[in-house]
Design a protein around this ligand. Structure first.
Ligand SMILES: Cc1cc2nc3c(=O)[nH]c(=O)nc-3n(C[C@H](O)[C@H](O)[C@H](O)COP(=O)(O)O)c2cc1C
Length: 342
């Protein structure tokens, strides 16, 4: 173990199996909801790497209630990924409650409410982080959803509209009083988008004031960061987003580090095995034509840091079939091996 790793080794009094209401997680790692990214194949990959809880992309409550086919397709799931948290966005209490009821009937193990998305279109509709502007209306919404379902209910918030964190502290209290079972905090303001740094001290303040589990999120780039967030904030679990895209190994590494085992970097063969599994899984979930379209941009995620990644990204742009995708990956692997031996 190097010094950094040792420093980041978590306090062993931390419950390594956090509980969200009736659901006990295998370890304190969670894969973040990522629109357009945390679809079924990505979630299966995170889960296979040891992630304890996976979250769906945000799903429109209105789309669900209106029976949109596109929205329904986003609910595709497999037993291997369970427990699954499905996230909804919306601003109307009755529609959110009905959507949550439908999600529970469809097999969601947890329902999460998006109170943090700062994308203009979502904000304009009064959803996402806009919910943090009107805590009283949000309390009514949370109570309506709570009354509609029995499975655990969670919310995901930002710091709020200014950097004080006051809105987040207030919403955390309202959430607890409304029967919410856990809260995820991404401590950036609405205006920050993804700029600047996540203010982890706010996660610590919310944890100190909270009687429900707090999940910390924002800027975890490595297993050491994950352990450091737990140490510094006392959060019950960590949620990892961008750093897990194309790199599910971060879950294995974090789980190992938290359990006192030194985290190992993935072997080259493991990286390529993950790529080929991703191709198979994407084809199985979406059909070959749609999968090929997705793989043209998404396979590049897995090449980060490998020699020849630029040429690989260029080559995948012409993927037309599963077989061709596999061939491009095999050629890339041979290229990386021959460069390593040179
Ligand atoms: C491409 C992208 C899509 C996202 N989609 C969602 C979403 O659907 N729901 C949500 O609550 N947060 C969403 N987020 C925010 C992430 O869940 C997470 O809070 C944020 O990326 C910070 O965590 P990280 O530093 O580990 O990536 C998204 C972020 C990105 C970059």
């Amino acid at each position: 173990m190097d010094d950094r790793t040792r420093e980041a080794t978590v306090d062993m009094t931390h419950p390594l199996r956090p509980r969200i209401s009736g659901i006990v997680l295998d370890n304190p790692t969670i894969f973040a909801p990522l629109a357009g990214i945390s679809h079924l194949p990505m979630r299966l990959m995170a889960k296979a790497a040891g992630c304890a809880l996976v979250c769906s992309e945000m799903i429109s409550a209105m789309g669900l209630v209106q029976g949109s086919e596109k929205t329904k397709r986003m609910l595709a799931s497999r037993p291997e990924e369970k427990p699954l948290s499905v996230q909804i966005f919306g601003s109307d209490a009755a529609i959110m409650a009905e959507a949550a009821r439908q999600l529970q009937a469809a097999g969601a193990d947890l329902v999460d409410i998006n109170c943090g998305c700062a994308v203009k279109k979502i904000l304009k509709s009064g959803s996402g982080v806009a919910l943090m502007r009107d805590p009283h209306a949000t309390a009514r919404l949370l109570q309506a959803v709570r009354a509609a379902i029995d499975v655990p209910l969670t919310i995901k918030i930002r710091s709020g509209w200014d950097a004080s964190g006051d809105q987040a502290l207030l919403l955390a209290q309202i959430a607890r009083d409304s029967g919410v079972d856990a809260i995820t905090v991404h401590p950036r303001t609405a205006r920050q988008g993804f700029s600047g740094r996540a203010d982890w001290s706010l996660i610590a303040r919310i944890k100190a004031a909270s009687t429900i589990p707090v999940i910390g999120n924002g800027d975890i780039a490595s297993a050491e960061d994950a352990a450091r967030m737990i140490d510094e904030t006392g959060c019950d679990a960590v949620m990892i987003g961008r750093a897990a895209i194309g790199h599910p190994f971060i879950f294995t590494q974090t789980r190992d580090l938290l359990a006192g085992r030194p985290p190992a970097p993935p072997a080259l063969w493991e990286r390529f095995e993950v790529m080929t599994r991703y191709v198979e899984s994407t084809v199985a979930c979406f059909g070959e034509a749609r999968a090929c379209f997705m793989l043209r941009s998404q396979l590049g995620w897995f090449a980060r840091g490998l020699p020849g990644a630029r040429e690989f990204r260029h080559a995948i742009r012409r993927i037309e079939s599963r077989g061709q995708a596999m061939q491009i990956i095999a050629d890339f692997q041979n290229e990386v091996l021959s460069r390593q031996q040179a």
